[in-house]
Design a binder for this molecule. Structure first.
Ligand SMILES: *[C@@H]1O[C@H](CO)[C@@H](O)[C@H](O)[C@H]1NC(C)=O
Length: 258
């Protein structure tokens, strides 16, 4: 441990700025730059985006909210802005430049089921049109980083997409790619949680099994599902920000600041 720390210290002081930059990777989009490396891990997500259908994902969930039922629809476009609907009025859909949009729809239950549903919220989450009132101060961006890893299982791959704003509050999406060697492709993302303007989605796929550079085998055996028990709970219960600081990057930041 002490000797590896010294080696790291030496390496870090040489390439301090580079090392910081390597902990996260800025991408043009997930589709345009679907092959990339972060630290020692190489990812190739390109097979996920091969079909046209895979580039546009619609994820719906429904909550019983007596005396009504509330449906939440997430529209995700991974390679550019969503196309707008000609059937809906402008104010009932996300503005031009929106990549990820959340719509909340509510309807009354019996005996009012025949009534038209009401659109309660239209939230641009990922947005790329700087001069619009829907743009957040954060601005559009796609940034990938690694989640925590115990060294035996694959780290999760975290992709944060930003740029939207709703009632003066910045919105962003967090895609959590999890490795499962046995996943049957094509796989789709599922809704995970949303909190304080962050909307998180899980995407379990074999393409998230990042390969360590210079090693023939990635952590875990081929039968390892890659999802440590309880990690889900942990991720949901904590702030996404925490996962952006791995032990390595923290060391680097501390050393670089010194
Ligand atoms: C919630 O989001 C706002 C706006 O992005 C931010 O200023 C605030 O720090 C966040 N709250 C917490 C507890 O993270």
């Amino acid at each position: 441990m002490p000797s590896s720390f010294l080696v790291r210290l030496a390496a870090v002081s040489l390439v301090c700025a580079l090392a910081v930059a390597a902990d996260v990777k800025t991408l043009k989009s997930l589709v345009e730059e679907c092959r990339f490396s972060i630290n020692d891990y190489r990812f190739d997500l390109c097979p996920l985006f091969e079909s046209a259908e895979a580039l546009k994902q619609i994820i719906t969930s429904q909550a019983v909210t007596p005396p009504t039922v509330t449906k939440i629809v997430y529209q995700l476009s991974l390679n550019g802005p969503l196309s707008r609907s000609e059937k809906l009025p402008d104010h009932e859909q996300c503005p031009d430049g929106t990549w990820f949009c959340m719509t909340t729809i509510n309807r009354r239950t019996e005996p009012y089921e025949s009534e038209d549903p009401r659109i309660l919220q239209v939230v641009p989450i990922v947005f790329d049109a700087p001069d619009s009132s829907a743009a957040s101060s954060e601005g559009f961006g796609v940034v990938a980083g690694l989640g925590k890893s115990d060294g035996k299982t694959h780290p999760t791959l975290l992709v944060r997409l930003t740029g939207g704003q709703y009632v003066n509050k910045p919105q962003r999406a967090l895609l959590v790619f999890r490795c499962n060697h046995k996943s049957e492709e094509p796989t789709q993302p599922t809704y995970s949680w949303s909190w304080n303007g962050t909307h998180a989605f899980d995407w379990t796929t074999k393409y998230a099994c990042g390969h360590a550079r210079g090693a023939d085998t990635a952590p875990g055996s081929p039968h390892d599902p890659g999802i440590p028990p309880g990690e889900d709970q942990d991720l949901i219960g904590t702030l996404p920000e925490r996962h952006w600081i791995t032990k390595h990057s923290l060391t680097t930041i501390l050393l670089c600041a010194a």
